[in-house]
Write a protein that binds this ligand. Structure first.
Ligand code: SAM
Length: 289
């Protein structure tokens, strides 16, 4: 299409012509600001030699900008109602394909194996806010061959992802994200650039994926369990949060593990760096094996 899909007038026209309303339950807040759209595309370093996987294209506002910059765009939309609109808007763009599916359950490894044309792969999206964290965790945990993930998300979630030890935003999500990727907030985005306006401010965040996770852990399962335990009760000391960690480790042995890890058990979980969680989980692993 040669319509400008970021224009408020065009978006309303398309919605009206198709007798559609925005579904709040699906996080449908469409972008209406060309400047922000271009910032998102630029932050991802998309080129004609790269493939972009987009989650939640809606009527194709961001898709249109991605299609200008990328060698290939694969857009995954859950809401069936947008499929005919997307197909019409991009019918003449052979490098854009639309998949009807749920980003949470779709087999991304298979899509990458069967459809992706370029070795450099990005995920770029204005994410539906009701599933931001599960979608991001899926993208990270599945060890997909991604260069980066650039997404619009709630400002608070972006700040938690980027947070450092000892701050109130720092938590399990910060460590999980920082284990797989280097996070950077690209820009803060006001509510006013969306229709309809969401309730919260947003941010664009770039996650540059590491070739190898940031720290070496012997068991990811124990690493993530230790993080969960460390933040189980923020007011409690590590000792209190860990003394019942596993029933095959008695409290006295937990004390010994902290000593071996050179971590003071009287500290609180929110003060531990990702490296310290790695050391701690490796000592636990070593004890169990
Ligand atoms: N990309 C458009 C834009 O920037 O204007 C729309 C973004 S809107 C915030 C989120 C989109 O994700 C909606 O089109 C919604 O239908 C879609 N969506 C919601 N849940 C989804 C899911 N689980 N999988 C794929 N798409 C989803």
């Amino acid at each position: 299409t040669d319509k400008q899909l970021y224009s408020q007038r065009v978006i309303r026209e398309i919605m009206d012509d198709n007798k559609l309303h925005f579904k709040k339950s699906l996080g449908q807040n469409f972008l209406t600001d060309l400047n922000i759209l271009q910032k998102i595309v630029a932050a991802a370093d998309v080129t004609k030699e790269s493939t972009v996987i987009e989650i939640g294209p809606g009527i194709g506002t961001l898709t249109q900008q991605l299609a200008n910059a990328a060698g290939q765009v694969i857009a995954i939309e859950l809401d069936q109602r947008f499929l005919p609109i997307l197909n019409e808007n991009f019918w003449d763009q052979d490098h854009v394909s639309i998949i009807h599916g749920d980003a949470l359950t779709v087999d991304l490894h298979q899509i990458i194996k069967e459809q992706v044309k370029f070795p450099t792969i990005h995920v770029v999206a204005n994410l539906p806010y009701y599933v931001t964290t599960p979608i991001l965790m899926k993208l990270l945990e599945e060890h997909l061959p991604l260069t980066n993930i650039v997404v619009m998300i709630q400002k608070e979630v972006a700040q938690r992802i980027q947070a450092q030890p000892g701050t109130k935003e720092y938590g399990a999500l910060s460590i999980a994200a920082q284990y797989y990727a280097k996070p950077e907030i690209v820009c803060i985005v006001p509510k006013t650039v969306f229709i309809p306006e969401p309730n919260v401010d947003s941010a664009v965040i770039r996650l540059s994926i590491y070739e190898e996770p940031k720290v070496k852990v012997f068991s990811e399962e124990i690493f993530f369990a230790a993080i969960k335990a460390g933040f189980a009760n923020r007011r409690k000391t590590l000792w209190n949060n860990f003394k019942g960690f596993r029933n095959d480790i008695v409290p006295e042995q937990i004390r010994a593990i902290f000593e071996k890890a050179s971590i003071d058990e009287k500290r609180r979980g929110e003060t531990l760096s990702i490296e310290e969680y790695a050391v701690l989980s490796n000592e636990i692993h070593h004890f169990i094996e």
